[in-house]
Design a protein around this ligand. Sequence first.
Ligand code: OOG
Ligand code: NI
Length: 468
Amino acid sequence: MSQWINPDRIRARFSHAMSTMYRNEVPQYGALLELVEVVNREMLASDTALAERLDAAGDAQRLSVERHGAIRVGTPAELAMLRRLFAVMGMFPVGYYDLSQAGVPVHSTAFRPVDDDALRANPFRVFTSLLRPELIASGALRERALNILHERDIFTSGVKALIERCEAQGGLDEHDADAFVDEALETFRWHSDATVDRPTYESLNAEHRLIADVVCFRGPHINHLTPRTLDIDEVQRRMPDCGIAPKATIEGPPRRRCPLLLRQTSFKALEEPVRFAGSEAGSHTARFGEIEQRGVALTARGRALYDRLLAAAREGAPAADNTAHQARLAAAFEAFPDDEATLRREGLAFFHYWPARDGAAAQPDASGAARVEALLDSGALRAAPMVYEDFLPVSAAGIFQSNLGQAHGDDTTDERGEEGEGKDASPIGPNQAQFETALGAAVIDEIALYAERERASLDAALATLKAE
Ligand code: OOG
Ligand code: NI
């Protein structure tokens, strides 16, 4: 047995510590957690088939601890150090999201666990955005922002030493792991004292509210933590009763019998008191709450269909309210199959396979896909939808915008951005290459990762059935 703590345990401790910290900083987050827990409990009690499916997939235990957070950093060096910090906890950069197309001057990845066991143990993820100062229109302001950013260090000396120790020796012991969690948490803490005076804050804020948020503080405060619900429509409906005002519409696909990808809604950022350099008092609006419902991960083919239907539903004038928006989405998504067998057979979604414990392993007289179908039909082989572990660029842009106010129009929109908001199979574009240079590593392709996990589960299941 290794003398080092499993990174999954460090991640679980960190996620828990972060949740406790955010609950103290933003009390509405605590209220939201309670609401989500009640609705999840009601769902599981009323839908025993759902409860059994979650159980079988090993998803039941992770649900109550499942969270994602988000931060925004200002420089390549900050992003690269974050990559090393997250690696200590078994979190790796997956996916690339270019938000400049939506007028948000950042691009992003998600740090998250990647293998089945790690995801089952604790799927904590952090959506991490890097500011793109080249999208600041004014040259003088851009230079000012970069100078301010270069003067700060968002990491404690303690965390940097522990990251280096972990890299050098291949892990951390119990004592160092605890110290690491405490030190790492400091990077994500809210600081009410700005590093700049009010006029500087205001000029950056006028350029884009996101730029002021990234540049003017000592660290990249965690800006939300999101629990996972089994029924987002119900939580959205009950939020006002808990004194929480949700954003107008739920982002992502419509409600389905077989939930697809990711649906999200958030509540508005809080206005928090800050103190500018020179002691002048003011306020800043950055932090918010969000909930999400996760569905099945889609293949490249399924994702292309999703992107097409979503774009069709969003054509024309925006819907008047969430009811109208959901009705429009539901109509557009009639073209998307809504039963597990069809999603699987048509190669639209990813599935996990495992051998039934009591599998009567009558070996079908077939091979390849036909053999898989025959084994599924006989009950010897089982399949369940694979949970989508990532994010959606159109949804993320909607979440950013609802919490920052509308984007400031075309001046921050990148004309050079790759076209299309979705996931295409084209090689990486110049923006992603720039992001990866800053990160100091390539991001993992999420579709390839799902495909690999699906294949491994099927191979293992078939090997077991053959051995019996
Ligand atoms: C991140 C917004 C995106 C999500 O869940 O898609 C996001 C941010 O505001 O920093 O959180
Ligand atoms: Ni989020």
